[in-house]
Design a protein around this ligand. Structure first.
Ligand SMILES: [Zn+2]
Length: 488
């Protein structure tokens, strides 16, 4: 996070004003988008009555949250491709009864790492037979077969005898399952909870780190990872290249349910300006595959990543050198990256595992076959990841860990790149650029991305114009010059 000087009240006020402006702008953008994307009959503007109802609902929800803290907190779930926030189960409305004494009570449980359903039910005195009957229901059988940490479960108990009356959970982002337990009979109900997808633009300028700035701007860790590990990983070296003043903008999906933001979806587009160059990435589906493309419709994904190891120091280059152990002049057929033992080593590209085993001077070695005559070799590993010979691996997948097996003076990765059996310098080898979109696909791409880029640019203009406007009065009211560092 960007450290703020607590003494600088002016600066703080300015930031508050900015964030307010951002909120307003985000709201405007969202409203505009919703109105544009709305089908006929969409409630473009709410009536006074609708506002009243919404605020009443909001009050109820706020009360529920206040009653059950913790349960309302959004939880990040990583399912491999999308990062979403799970929605807290709101308590069902209190039943209308004459007597004021409640006849049941709700307990809300968040599954912790390593917990099983059996343990959770047993801890609440629910008989095993009841759990089995729940798991036999159609809606629970598959959904609860594997519960994940963070999953929220709602239990309704009889206030008098503590027996289970009801049980509910969210089967998906859009479906809540409600089970009513009456003796041996369980009645299932699926409640549809449609999620609306809107897009919003987040823009920011880096002060200390991209992560800190982007988190402050409201991006989720998942969205930030999409920028650094997917969209811009081939073009921008986020460990070394990033400077204060670099700017980024991200158009991202927001998921809304019943007027409430429940999480974020995919990154639709992103721009990143560093060192005077602006990089752009657009999410686009083509031939059933979703990839990110540059503004010209060229896939951003390259056949090979820049280096198969992160945060490592290049300790020896490709070419002729004196061997550190043998002392003789020899050709160094690859590059060395010094790193701590146990540092993960990634597959440089999609490949098939050609070799996994011990080679004399190389120690624990993996050779990957990337097709079209390209192979890569990784040596001196302390151990292998869970990969087998003949198996397919994905680009970026961990294949092993840095070590010093074989002839090595210290822990490092020795990395070789071969084209048709001939050694090439991994740092210099130029790969054929990926095929751009053509014809109908390119036309569709241009039609889809032009308004997206226009919206991002419009938003940036608004944002930076407001930032300047917000800065000017800050200087005037403070009656003194703002230190240069505060100008961002
Ligand atoms: Zn080497």
């Amino acid at each position: 996070m960007t450290p703020l000087d607590p003494a600088s009240a002016t600066e703080r006020n300015r930031l508050v004003r900015l964030s307010n402006l951002d909120h307003v702008a985000a709201g405007e953008a969202r409203a505009a988008q919703a109105a544009a994307a709305a089908p006929r009959g969409f409630r473009g503007r709410w009536t006074r009555r609708q506002w009243l109802q919404a605020s009443l609902l909001g009050t109820t929800a706020a009360l529920v949250c206040a009653l059950v803290p913790g349960f309302s907190s959004a939880m990040q779930v990583h399912d491999g491709k999308a990062h979403m926030a799970t929605m807290a189960l709101a308590l069902p409305p209190a039943p209308e009864r004459d007597e004021a004494v409640p006849t049941s009570r709700w307990e809300l449980v968040t599954v912790e790492s390593g917990q099983t359903l059996g343990e959770i039910f047993a801890a609440r005195g629910v008989p095993v037979a009841t759990l089995h009957r729940i798991l036999e229901t159609e809606s629970a059988s598959t959904a609860l077969a594997r519960i994940r940490p963070g999953t929220e479960l709602g239990f309704e108990f009889d206030s008098a005898d503590g027996s289970l009356l009801g049980f509910q959970f969210d089967r998906s982002q859009t479906e809540r399952i409600e089970l009513a337990v009456a003796g041996d009979t369980i009645t299932e109900q699926v409640i549809e909870r449609p999620v609306e997808v809107h897009t919003t633009v987040v823009t920011g300028e880096i002060r200390n780190s991209l992560y800190g700035s982007a988190r402050q701007a409201g991006l989720t860790p998942g969205a930030i990872a999409t920028l650094t590990d997917r969209i811009f990983q081939y073009d921008i070296d986020f460990a070394r290249q990033i400077q204060p003043g670099d700017r980024y903008s991200v158009m991202i999906e927001e998921l809304w349910r019943e007027g409430e933001r429940v999480g974020s979806g995919e990154v639709v587009a992103a721009t990143f300006t560093t060192g005077g160059r602006t990089f752009t990435g657009f999410r686009f589906e083509h031939d059933g595959k979703v990839e990110y493309y540059d503004a010209d419709g060229r896939p951003l994904k390259r056949s090979f990543i820049r280096s198969p190891i992160e945060f490592a120091r290049l300790s020896s280059r490709f070419g002729s050198r004196r061997h550190p152990i043998l002392g003789t002049m020899r050709m160094h057929n690859g590059v060395d990256y010094a790193a701590r033992t146990g540092t993960p080593i990634m597959a440089a590209g999609d490949a098939r595992v050609q070799f996994r085993g011990r080679q004399r001077g190389y120690g624990n070695t993996v050779i990957l076959d990337h097709g079209k005559g390209h192979t890569t070799l990784y040596a001196h590993m302390s151990r292998f990841a869970n990969i087998r010979q003949g198996e397919r691996v994905r680009q970026g997948q961990v294949i092993g860990y840095v070590g010093a097996t074989g002839l090595a003076t210290g822990p490092h990765l020795h990395y070789e790149f071969r084209v048709n059996g001939k050694h090439r310098d991994p740092l210099k080898v130029t790969m054929p650029p990926p095929e751009p979109l053509k014809g109908e696909a390119l036309a569709r791409f241009k039609a889809e991305t032009a308004p997206t880029l226009a919206r991002i640019q419009q938003y940036e203009q608004l944002h930076y114009a407001r930032q300047q406007a917000a800065q000017a009065p800050a200087i005037a009211s403070a009656g003194q010059a703002v230190p240069a560092a505060d100008r961002g």
